[in-house]
Design a protein around this ligand. Sequence first.
Ligand code: PMP
Length: 417
Amino acid sequence: MTEYNVERIREDFPILKSKMNGHLLAYLDNAATSQRPNQVIDSVTSFYREYNANVHRGIYSISERATEAYEESKLKVSKFINSESIKEIIYTRNTTESINLVALGKGSECIGKDDHILITMMEHHSNIVPWQLLAKRTKGILDYVGLDTNGSGLDMENVKEMLEKEPKIVSISHVSNILGTINDVKEISKLAHKHGALVVVDGAQSVPHIKIDVKEIKCDFLAFSGHKMLAPSGIGVLYGREEILEEMEPVIGGGDMIRTVGMHDATWNDLPWKFEAGTPNIEGGIGMGAAIDYLGRLGMENIEAYERKLTEHAIAKMKNIPGLRIYGITDGANIGRIGVVSFTIEGIHPHDLASILDNDGIAIRAGHNCAMPLVRQILNNNAVARMSFYIYNTIEEVDRAVESLERAVAIFKRQGG
Ligand code: PMP
């Protein structure tokens, strides 16, 4: 695609024509979930209308067609993140399940009493709680890397210090869902591997927005969710390096993940099916394939550049609002961050901001946004407001949101609140 034509893209998203509270919907909560284009919706409905059948079982045509479409989507995922083959692509429900699968599988195998697990202060709950559970179960120790003095990135010196404890697992978000910061996962992965750690990357906020190459990052695991990247809800991905997955025992047992079953023992299916017990989310997988086709046609580099423009515009305008504080990188070009912009306005609760914007037809998020340790301890807050952009958002929508925030400031000033 030579020119990024956002109006053309918007035509594919039926929901963007709808109204919220009497205004055209401006959907700025993409870090929570994305909207879906007709191409994805149609791929799911055509599965149900034309070839609904279980996969990996039937010897009849529609089952073969369903299996082919479902498995073909994994090949698309594999190419999208540049993995070696589909053996490395496990379908899960979401990022949360993917990280739990690593913690329950590899984590249980390699963490024992007093072994260290290293995460960071900018993680989403789904990259905290599975490790807390693992540490409690195994009497392991969960350590955190702190933020730098600006509070917008990881303290790389602290990363090095914490690696001296020789953690067995290092699990980090590629992009923070609060700060939008892109962490240098390639460098952290290199350092962690020198200490013999396994590296897990939470790609929930990176894979939908920037080009990802697992061979370049050299991570051992990468977790991400379909619903944040145009695909249906309930389909997620765990990428794992083949050698590691080959060694790892399955976590969930049942149909499809076995080769043979005796009365007291069983042998396992090949990768990736060893980790996919039971009837999978077939329509989700098929929809994931359609979503990746869509993103591929736009080109991830074009998406990244377009979203950067939106983000720079938003930050420049928001900086002029009195009492508004943005969390994360705000100076210079937005190198090192994506379009997730968290903020607070002095004297106005984030929930009030979200309600005022909702009245104007603008959807933003407010709360601890599933990152309580970061929001409470580092940002010293109970809640933040957050705007987050995706491929179909426009400069006009950003301007509408900024105007709405300005109105909120004026209302609260009038009320002396
Ligand atoms: N990690 C990050 C950084 C996220 O932003 C999210 C979703 N907000 C998740 C993990 C969890 O994703 P899911 O709810 O799809 O499992």
